[in-house]
Design a protein around this ligand. Structure first.
Ligand code: FAD
Length: 459
């Protein structure tokens, strides 16, 4: 049986960073990834004539963990096209057209009102459960909108902006998701808006993930799904047996799971998962939407369009402009609140959905990845249901014996984002290294680097 210090389950951003950090302390780390690729919910794939991000796309310098990795690996950013035209639904439901400034003016008061109490609710973005949030966490985003006196047009526009952010109908999502991300952006909704959907990583997410993977000291084994984790033994003999889908068994002193809450049932844990994990998994987190790429004929003006939260596609945006042997085309990226309402093979239905948002577009083809249906994710980007944040977050961060949990789902600052995945990995790698190698300060006082410590064994 193979023996290692740590098994990391999953090679998304959380897994890659955890494996890199643990390997850097001299521990033997084996990363097991069920897919045939690294990156998890980031996935740069060649579709519709170019490299497209099927998962995460945007990062920002106010996201400190991802930005530190961007700096470390010399990654640059490029701006998604700035819209020159905006479309939204009027009070009667028909599309309105105006400038970006006109749309921003329409939503300004409403956006501010939704998060007006953010500084009392979550005074520090890094402590998302501290403050009045505990009193407010039972509210959904829809509850908050219902309590605001917005006129019909401003309300529809404001709601659709938030549906775009939270990727689910607003009555399913906790107000906490809006408040915590705006708190992470220093209390400014405009900055949160910019941070979540403006700057792409130059060269794409795949290369970003590959750069981190190149710094992982141990093996990253692809196509290797974990089916069970059993903790056994006591004292110095305490260890975990990690079993893969092919029946291989690996003995480890610690295990780091990076599985999202919604997908964690793919693994049988003995002892069973802590109550908070079981509870939140049974409820599922709130996100349930989709991201879809559409190719449209001709070079369209740079635009974005917002529908309503009841449309299959609630946000649509011109993202790339192609010219090839088949002529000019525009690649549009769309987001919808329910993955079951969007079928990439039903171009007729997609055309009707797009016509509702922005007339004058002729669709040619479409592609998506159903992250909700994907058994290895079952989530897009995590948003909480009402009550889940303050009830469960602290507990989700706690290790269960030899088992640690690093996932964007249990991050403090930008939970749901790549930044949160990295934050959680740094947190758990530090905890695992301290457990296996002793705390850093003691080592420093002794004048020893972890690599130089006596008694370290590589198996
Ligand atoms: C459509 C979409 C758009 C997004 N847009 C953005 C964005 O613009 N900006 C942003 O910051 N974030 C965005 N996100 C969120 C971001 O992608 C995630 O927050 C982040 O990638 C999560 O990283 P993670 O490592 O925590 O989880 P994951 O990336 O899900 O990694 C978990 C890994 O575990 C593997 N795994 C699962 N089960 C097993 C098993 N049994 N055995 C072995 N391996 C297993 C999975 O295959 C996966 O590789 C988006 C997500 C989606 C889906």
């Amino acid at each position: 049986m193979q023996q290692v210090d740590v098994v990391v389950i999953g090679a998304g951003f959380a897994g890659l960073v955890a494996a890199r950090e643990l390997g850097a302390t001299g521990l033997d780390v084996l990363t097991l990834e069920a897919r045939d690729r690294i990156g998890g919910r980031t996935w740069t794939d060649h579709r519709l004539g170019r490299e497209l991000e099927m998962g995460a796309n945007w990062v920002h310098w106010v996201q400190p963990h991802v930005w530190a990795e961007m700096t470390r690996y010399g990654r640059g950013i490029e701006r998604s096209p700035r819209a020159e035209e905006a479309y939204w639904r009027g009070a009667d439901g028909s599309p309105r057209r105006g400038s970006l400034d006109a749309f921003m003016e329409l939503i300004d008061a409403g956006q501010q009102l939704v998060v007006d109490d953010v500084r009392e609710a979550i005074p520090r973005g890094v402590e998302p459960c501290e403050g009045r949030i505990r009193e407010l966490d039972h509210l959904s985003l829809q509850d908050r909108f219902d309590a605001l006196a917005l006129d019909a047009e401003a309300r529809t526009a404001n709601e659709s902006v938030w549906v775009g952010h939270v990727n689910a109908p607003l009555d399913r999502v906790g107000l906490s998701s809006a408040l915590r991300w705006v708190a992470a952006a220093g209390g400014h909704w405009q900055l949160m808006h910019e941070a979540s959907a403006t700057y792409r990583v130059t060269g794409g997410m795949r290369r970003f993930a590959e750069a981190i993977a190149a710094d992982v000291a141990g093996e990253i084994r692809l196509g290797c799904g974990v089916v069970s984790v059993t903790q056994t033994g006591t004292g110095d003999d305490a260890h975990a047996i990690v079993e893969t889908g092919t029946g291989e068994r690996i003995r480890a002193r610690r295990v780091v799971s990076t599985l999202p809450v919604n997908a964690i049932d793919a693994i049988r844990f003995d002892p069973p998962l802590p109550e908070a994990w079981q509870r939140q998994h049974a409820e599922t987190v709130a996100s349930q939407g989709c991201k879809i790429w559409l190719r449209a004929r001709g070079h369209l003006p740079r635009f974005f369009a917002y529908g309503s939260q009841h449309d299959p596609i609630s946000v649509l945006k011109a993202e790339f402009f192609l010219s090839d042997g088949t002529g000019d085309s525009t690649l549009l990226v769309g987001f919808g609140p329910d993955h079951r309402s969007v079928d990439p093979d039903d171009l007729g239905a997609l055309q009707r959905a797009v016509d509702e948002l922005r007339p004058g577009i002729e669709l040619i083809e479409a592609t998506t990845h159903d992250w909700m249906g994907d058994p290895l994710s079952r989530t897009t980007w995590m948003t909480h249901r009402p009550g889940q944040l303050t009830r469960d977050l602290c507990e989700l961060q706690q290790p269960a014996g030899l088992l640690h949990f690093a996932t964007t789902d249990n991050a403090a600052l930008w939970g749901g984002f790549i930044d949160g995945a990295i934050e959680s990995a740094l947190r758990e790698a530090r905890a695992v290294a301290a457990a296996l190698r002793g705390p850093e300060p003691a080592q420093r006082r002794a004048g020893l680097s972890p690599r130089a410590r006596p008694g370290r064994q590589r198996r």
